[in-house]
Write a protein of this length. Structure first.
Length: 220
């Protein structure tokens, strides 16, 4: 089962507050999430998908694609939400879980398929963020093989935890998965990358995002 944790859109992307208004951040979060859903809808094998959220709009979008919902009742944080969702997935008989972020608008169905296909009979597949520090995709088989702890420097912690199980731990470098949008420079990278995703079109239409503006914001 693929798990997509989604924070409230109204409070999304606070680290971009220096260059985006609250309404723009909400629009961006929704567009990125829609891009991820489209990729998952086209993923080979039609894997089960559950969106982990309490946000009403996120639930509506997930329903349009026929994806499931796991209610994030506590809203305590991404790690806690995924721990609770993993327990639900296990209860539902999931043999594996793949956690993907809702803010990787360049992820493709092909990349999702690569992660699933690379999974060993028991073990882990990890895909790091572009900076090599964050974890932007992690598949565990069995579904609750070890606990996940997300954050800015989670990749190496997850890799060590995966290796500590004594089962294979496979690392994939996937350019679409790797770009998550947290900093002004990420907006520039998104706008300049090949493609026409909803998030890319949105950022390109915001005329204020010239290179000088983003560089100045990044240096604050």
């Amino acid at each position: 089962m693929i798990l997509i944790p989604v924070k409230d859109f109204a409070n999304a992307k606070q680290r971009l507050a220096g260059v985006l208004s609250a309404e723009q951040r909400r629009e961006l979060a929704e567009a990125m999430f829609s891009d991820v859903l489209r990729a998952l809808a086209a993923a080979p094998g039609s894997p089960a998908v559950a969106v982990v959220t309490r946000d009403r709009r996120a639930k509506q979008l997930a329903a349009r694609f026929g994806f499931g919902i796991i209610e994030d009742r506590e809203n305590a944080g991404e790690s806690e939400a995924i721990a609770a969702a993993t327990a639900v997935a296990v209860e539902r008989g999931a043999q594996w879980t793949l956690v993907l972020p809702a803010d990787s608008p360049l992820v493709t169905a092909h990349e999702v398929g690569r992660v699933v296909q690379a999974a060993p009979p028991e073990g882990t597949v990890l895909a790091p963020a572009a900076d090599g520090e964050g974890t932007n995709a992690i598949l565990r088989r069995p579904a609750a093989l070890f606990p996940l702890r997300f954050g800015n420097h989670s990749f190496h912690s997850h890799l060590r935890a995966a290796q500590a199980t004594g089962k294979p731990a496979i690392v994939l470098h996937l350019p679409g998965v790797a770009l998550d949008i947290d900093r002004p420079a990420d907006l520039q990278a998104l706008a300049e990358a090949p493609g026409e995703t909803a998030a890319q079109q949105l950022v390109r239409n915001w005329k204020a995002f010239d290179r000088a503006t983003l560089v100045a914001a990044a240096l604050k």
